[in-house]
Ligand binder design. Sequence first.
Ligand code: LLP
Length: 423
Amino acid sequence: MEAFPYRNGELYCEDVPVARLVEQYGTPLWIYSRGYLLQQLREIQTAFAEVEPVLCYSVKANSNLGILKVMQSAGSSFDVVSGGELFRVKAAGADTTKVVFAGVGKTDDEIRFALESNILMFDVESEAELDAIANVAGSMNTVGPVALRLNPDIDAKTHAKTTTGKKGNKFGMDIERVQELAAKVLRDPRLALRGIHMHLGSPILTTDPYEAAAKKGVEVIQDLRKAGHKIDWLNLGGGFGISYRQEEGPPASAYAAVIVPPVKAAGIRLALEPGRFICGNSGILVSRTVFTKREGGKTFVIQDAAMNDLVRPAMYDSFHRIWPVRPSVPMPADLEGEIPNCPPVDIVGPICESGDYLAKSRAFPPVSRGDLIATFSAGAYGTAMSSNYNSRCRGAEVLVDGSNVELIRRRETWDDLIAHERF
Ligand code: LLP
């Protein structure tokens, strides 16, 4: 399905005109398509069906309860990286026995909360963490289920700030140490070795890194089995890419084609932690043009979304398609080159930093005060990374299902901004 089609010259989400949503909920506004979320989850479920994986939607990509509930109801489990995320998935009604918990700095309190919640396994990122889980589990007279998060030293060819599986990244433990680490788990009755975990980076637009990781993971598990470990799980993390530009993201079946055969042949249980693939293109950010101005030989479109709402362009130089909601020029497939009647502009926010932009030197149809603008592919790492910088209120979030609309987060108010402060 197309979640955000233009019909009769205006942008829709499923069956609802975006402009109508803005009338009701204002800007900046986050709009998600329920149908698209489900379609993406199903695409992975279908592609990997042969090995019946446990799909753990990666909560960090978008942790709104409304989204988590959609995932939960469609049979997804969850990957969490903090006690707060675990709290969220429990609030969404998750079956915590299928939840996995990664992160390099889990505190004792978080470990205790996860053990009380009976999670499937911790993705353990250091030897010190193994000790901490053993101690907390021991104090609770229980056993800590662990997967060793290994750093396979594979270059996922992604952004320097989001690569995780290369030697020298802070994540996981060196793959060469796996036997020694596993032996330590085996000796400790407070721990149980459930699996091996690897996450290579995000987003990854080719399948080669997964092919290499699946091969290494299977080899490691077979070696561990030979050494007497009853180990079932290979968790290959997340990172499946999406199309921010046009059709550059491979389908889930392409990733499955390199992961499923070795996993199946070895009789291993597979877990995956997709985030962006599911929610990235399910959401847009809608903003309103406040002013336009021409200075220093450049045209600036100043609109009311900023780096506090969507930090990705500032943080990773990332590209998002951006186009007016009621454009004077139909949106072409390629937004990166020159476009007739669309002189280049910088699309910026009101924040007091030069890094506060959504796009630079972008061919864009002329817009005026009040015109609405849509930033696409904003469903993943948009709201999840948003802040109140410059004391800006975070926008509302709505979930569209056909012609139904559900408000899943109300717009913040100035009172919200100071609600936690004491004076
Ligand atoms: N599993 C682990 C252990 C992870 O660290 C991540 C993402 C995922 C799964 C989910 O990856 P995904 O399927 O969403 O690609 N803020 C950055 C992305 C940071 C990703 C962090 N880890 C961005 O906006 O591009």
